[in-house]
Design a binder for this molecule. Structure first.
Ligand code: FAD
Length: 356
């Protein structure tokens, strides 16, 4: 029997964050990832933006934006040291506003309530009559992050490329008994399988509200010269170095199979505003976000199986939230630290009741 500290099912943004956070703490994880069913994961589709400001009209700060962004940037910088390649690219965000929002000085709202500050004051360098400048954003090169993570752990014998099934697993009766999968023993098994969790009996009843999204790869008449991320009316346009210009993303609460493989009209005001009318769309990417409770992740032990844990519900903000929640879950499982109530799955009755 071989001993590892953790078995992690899934290697999207959640699984990668767990594997690295475990590695940074001197632990040995084993990743089990099935990449044979491309429709099942969305981390590769995502543009990887980290944007602390949301909202189509009056801008709002996203949930715990500073804390999440701080941990995320430290996480991706640390990964870069291990793999020898930068994966996170700090990039200013230019938020173009509709005239009525601009006239109000981009009044800042926190969770819907005015916070008594304008965004221009919160983000120095902005002015009410110009697009709002957000300097603390950027983008994660998700493909490089995922591929390099895989290579790193595979080279160290910590990676299985196959579909995990609960039939091969023997869960101990208490937290201390740990778990056995094939000829591996671990203290816990963490399911970080995004929407793929629905196919595992222990998680099949999770009440996902999956939102499909489209991102367009764009060929502009000439490249955007600056390295800014442009945001307008809830959509963004970005020139990623070494890749195509991307524009997105839509939210479509429909059967993902029915999402048309064509340029969404709702992105046109943004592309026309930034690129003029003479651009072309070369490809459409479609992914599905795993949402359980807005875009706020949940993590914790399974209520019936103590050595089984999970991290899911990253929604549309996995880049910023995955590292912080992964770190908290590991400290909870391995050191007994209390989970932050805001992402403790046990305290979220709306979701927890489905696992009983
Ligand atoms: C169009 C679009 C744009 C987005 N843009 C952004 C953005 O700009 N910024 C941002 O922060 N977020 C963005 N997101 C959201 C982000 O992609 C998600 O929050 C994140 O990818 C979810 O990661 P995950 O690891 O939970 O799930 P997934 O990415 O789905 O990963 C789950 C993994 O588990 C594996 N798996 C499943 N079942 C099994 C099994 N039985 N055995 C083995 N492996 C299994 C799958 O193969 C997959 O690799 C976007 C999403 C979409 C759809």
């Amino acid at each position: 029997m071989k001993q590892v500290d953790l078995i992690i099912v899934g290697q999207g943004l959640a699984g990668c964050a767990l594997a690295w956070q475990a590695w940074f703490r001197g632990m040995r994880p084993l990743i089990v990832e099935s990449d044979s069913q491309p429709g099942r994961h969305c981390s590769r589709v995502a543009a990887g933006l980290l944007n602390p400001v949301r909202g189509r009209g009056a801008p709002k700060l996203v949930w715990r934006s500073e804390e999440m962004a701080h941990t995320a940037r430290a996480h991706y910088d640390n990964v870069a040291l291990h793999i020898g390649r930068r994966v996170f690219h700090p990039t200013p965000i230019l938020r173009h506003a509709a005239p009525e929002v601009q006239a109000s000085g981009h009044s800042l709202k926190r969770g819907g309530a005015p916070a008594g500050k304008t965004l221009s004051e919160r983000f120095p360098g902005s002015s009410p009559d110009k697009p709002l400048l957000v300097r603390c954003g950027g983008w994660l090169d998700t493909a490089t992050y995922i591929d390099s993570t895989r290579m790193f752990f595979r080279e160290r014998g910590c990676y299985f490329n196959e579909t995990y099934s609960e039939c091969d697993t023997k869960f101990g009766a208490s937290v201390h008994d740990g778990v056995r999968w094939r000829d591996y023993r671990a203290k816990a098994l963490i399911v970080a399988a995004g929407l793929g969790a629905r196919e595992l009996p222990s998680f099949s009843s999770l009440p996902f509200r999956a939102a499909a999204g489209r991102i367009a790869e764009i060929e502009p008449p000439s490249p955007i010269l600056s390295d800014e991320i442009h945001v307008f009316d809830g959509h963004w346009l970005i020139k990623r170095s070494g890749g195509p210009h991307l524009c997105g993303a839509t939210y479509e609460f429909v059967d993902p199979e029915s999402v048309p493989n064509e340029f969404p009209d709702e992105l046109r005001p943004l592309t026309n505003r930034i690129l003029g009318p003479a651009w072309a769309c070369s490809h459409i990417r479609i992914g599905v976000r795993p949402i359980l409770r807005q875009s706020r992740p949940l993590a914790g032990r399974h209520p019936r199986i103590p050595s089984l844990a999970w991290l899911n519900g990253l929604g549309s903000r996995g880049v910023s939230t995955a590292p912080r929640v992964a770190a908290a879950l590991l400290e909870h499982l391995l050191l007994g630290a209390e989970l932050d109530p805001e992402f403790d799955a046990m305290r979220c009755r709306h979701v927890h009741q489905f696992l009983q």
